[in-house]
Write a protein that binds this ligand. Structure first.
Ligand code: AMO
Length: 434
């Protein structure tokens, strides 16, 4: 490996350091050139003086923005330098030069629309604020996965190519699988349930789901990073919500504790929901919307974007950034519905976080006869689900789970206007590259 330390580790107490990175900024003041070097951890200023190091000075005068360089030198405390330290160079090496002009400015604070940023994503990803999003994303997801590892959940991988969909026909991306028609997976739903029938007891998957929805919103994409969870031997859907609540709180807490540099760059004050997440019924949600906001969702069996936002405001005022809405009517065949003694229509819940649906889940129908009846009522073609129905028919423990949209989690945690900012190379109905 090339000998270097990160810019964040440069300390005036050190005798000599080597750093490497992109040339973020150059300021030429005659006999003095300031070069700001950027790596993954931050920026450091290098001061080249013509009188002090004439040879290096000559070399640096031809430096260009975004060249990749390595600098060796002595760290010196400096009040004017970013981070309070600058480097007096003893060696300067160009590892690669960058073409110019750059199609997108990296260092200058100019407002560029999202579409231009995404067209030039390779450069946009270099911006410290963009990198902060993905560093935060990595922190959140590593923390999330470790919570499940610690709790004994099995890390699984389900297929991305399938014969049919789990969530509905219209949203499937067709592909050619050798000489047969197939589809990209919409959700690991059926497989995670089969694993419950197979006795795996508790599983999680960090995966990808594809939805051929026709949308133009700030919260939808066609290729979604999905965090799926399933657990067996539950009493009811509250056990599933407990898992979701604790794991999300843990991930946000780790991010708040360890990603302070990223949160500062993003100008975000991350609230960790320490109190119990409120759990309200779907009917209660409708009633809050009606009485407090005079809002009626267009589809009376679901909450709309505006409704979720308004409920988010209602609970935020009470100090709750996250809450569950439980018991949606007219649900998919795999959710437990119309249970004797239940006051709710189904054991399906959504988690709303910062005014936006973050996950859907619930207790599943493990009684195959009841599930098949629900499929018939829903008009679902059973032929595509035979492997699933059969797998569940050989004895399946009571179970439940949820799917959490990772991109939405990052969008909300990082305070981003558009979900696409939370994805390195997002896909939507119009964007297939880069
Ligand atoms: P659902 O279809 O509600 O449930 O998806 C779960 C979560 O995935 C995210 N999501 C999306 N994010 C961005 N763009 C999209 N087009 C998009 N579609 C969904 C949301 C959503 O809450 N099988 C069930 C889960 C389960 O019950 O286990 C399912 O997929 O954050």
């Amino acid at each position: 490996m090339i000998d270097r330390i990160h810019t964040s580790a440069v300390d005036p107490e050190m005798d000599e350091v080597a750093v490497a990175g992109h040339v973020h900024e150059i300021r030429d003041l005659g006999g003095l050139v300031f070069v700001i070097v950027r790596d993954r951890e931050g920026l450091v200023q290098v001061v080249f003086k013509q009188e002090r190091e004439p040879e290096l000075f000559e070399a640096v005068e031809s430096a260009g923005s975004e060249d990749v360089v390595r600098v060796v030198g002595e760290p010196v405390a400096s009040d004017q330098a970013p981070g309070g330290v600058e480097i007096a160079p003893t060696d300067y090496e160009v590892l690669d030069t960058a073409d110019s002009p750059l199609p997108l400015e990296i260092s200058k604070d100019v407002t560029v629309d999202l579409s231009t940023r995404l067209d030039n994503r390779a450069l946009d990803l270099r911006k410290p604020e963009t990198l902060a999003v993905f560093s935060l994303r990595s922190t959140l997801m590593t923390a999330m996965e470790s919570w499940f590892d610690e709790e004994g959940f099995v890390d699984i991988k389900t297929p991305l190519i399938s014969k049919g969909g789990a969530e509905g026909g219209a949203e499937l991306f067709p592909i050619l699988y050798y000489d047969r028609d197939a589809f990209l997976s919409q959700s690991p739903q059926l497989y995670k349930q089969i694993l419950m029938a197979a006795g795996y007891e508790a599983v999680y998957e960090t995966g990808t789901a594809f939805r051929a929805e026709d949308f133009a919103t700030s919260r939808h994409v066609s290729e979604i990073a999905m965090f799926d969870v399933e657990l067996a031997y539950i009493d009811d859907h509250h056990d599933v919500m407990d898992v979701q609540e604790e794991s999300l709180r843990h991930a946000l807490r780790v991010a708040a504790d360890t990603a302070s540099r990223e949160l500062e760059l993003l100008d975000v004050d991350l609230t960790v929901p320490e109190a119990d997440f409120p759990r309200i019924t779907f009917d209660e949600a409708l009633s809050i919307l009606e009485t407090e906001f005079g809002h009626f969702p267009e589809d009376p069996t679901d909450l709309d974007t505006e409704g979720e936002k308004l409920l988010g405001e209602h609970f935020a005022e009470q100090g709750h950034p996250a809450f569950f809405v439980v018991g949606y009517p007219d649900e998919k065949f795999y959710y437990m519905q119309d249970v004797d003694g239940d006051e709710i229509a189904s054991r399906k819940f959504d988690l709303i976080y910062e005014g936006q649906e973050l996950s859907s889940g619930g207790q599943r129908e493990h009684d195959v006869d009841r599930m098949v009846a629900a499929m018939e009522a829903e008009g679902v073609e059973q032929a595509n689900f035979e492997f699933y129905i059969e797998a569940l028919s050989y004895g399946t423990p009571p179970h439940g789970g949820y799917g959490l949209g990772i991109d939405r989690l990052v969008q909300q945690a990082a305070g981003l206007d558009n979900i696409k900012e939370a994805i390195m190379f997002p896909r939507d109905p119009t964007r297939l590259e880069p």
